[in-house]
Design a protein around this ligand. Structure first.
Ligand SMILES: C[S@@+](CC[C@H](N)C(=O)[O-])C[C@H]1O[C@@H](n2cnc3c(N)ncnc32)[C@H](O)[C@@H]1O
Length: 223
């Protein structure tokens, strides 16, 4: 069963997701199905999404939810763990990592307030493994004043992620942007309606070998 079918037929707890997220989840999360990953969702609410992730990723997955609302603790079940704290508190995030290890995949569906999203990202992203995935959803809130958003607000995650495009390409900016760990460890930044997703990778080799010098020679290129 794919995730969309699971969502449509859900008889469990309430899941708060926009419909157009499902193809995006499938694109970025499906390689992790059936694997022993640690999946961290920020924002538990009524617990339905944690159950959905558990069904989707399978029995080897460890699903960890964090939420500021102590009532969310009630949503723990087999393979699903909930810890209570503020997503913008580095000490709390450190305690979650101390207990569960660094997550492979992070989905930020928490407060949707720009400073919180930024603080969580700055704490967690550098620690993710080299094939880790970091997704932030509901970024329509980055444009909405009631969440502290605006088109030009420098602290919204949409605008932070736009700036990270230059970090990704820092090697080609002729010194304008200094390459850093983000440049070396980020494979891609994807923008979707209301979602930004970053994929880590070990990006160290950036070159276009001269024609005829490619491994395998011309026969490889033109076959
Ligand atoms: C949109 S709901 C999560 C929905 C859930 N992921 C789902 O798909 O069903 C957002 C949750 O974030 C929690 N939250 C708000 N501020 C937070 C903060 N600073 N740290 C952690 N969680 C927070 C709220 O209590 C709420 O349960």
């Amino acid at each position: 069963m794919d995730l969309w079918a699971d969502f449509l037929t859900n008889q469990g707890k309430v899941i708060h997701k926009w419909e157009h997220y499902f193809p995006i989840y499938e694109r970025h999360f499906s390689p992790w199905r059936g694997r022993s990953l640690t999946f961290l969702e920020i924002g538990v609410a009524r617990g339905g999404s944690l159950q959905m992730w558990r069904r989707y990723f399978g029995p080897l997955a460890r699903i960890v939810g964090i939420d500021i609302d102590p009532r969310c603790k009630a949503h723990e079940e087999d393979g699903v763990f909930v810890r209570i704290g503020d997503q913008s508190d580095p000490a709390f995030l450190a305690s979650v990592i101390e207990e569960f290890g660094v997550p492979d995949v992070v989905l930020d569906d928490g407060s949707h307030e720009a400073p919180h999203i930024q603080a969580t990202f700055e704490h967690l992203y550098p620690q993710l493994p080299k094939n880790g995935v970091y997704m932030v959803e509901d970024l329509h809130c980055a444009y909405w004043p009631k969440f502290g958003g605006s088109l030009d607000g420098p602290g919204t995650f949409i605008n932070i992620a736009k700036g990270l495009i230059d970090k990704l390409n820092a090697d080609h900016t002729e010194g304008a942007v200094a390459p850093d760990a983000f440049t070396r460890e980020t494979f891609s930044i994807g923008f979707y309606d209301s979602i930004v997703v970053l994929e880590k990778g070990q990006v160290w080799r950036k070159q276009a070998p001269a024609i005829g010098k490619q491994p395998g020679g011309l026969s490889t290129i033109f076959k």
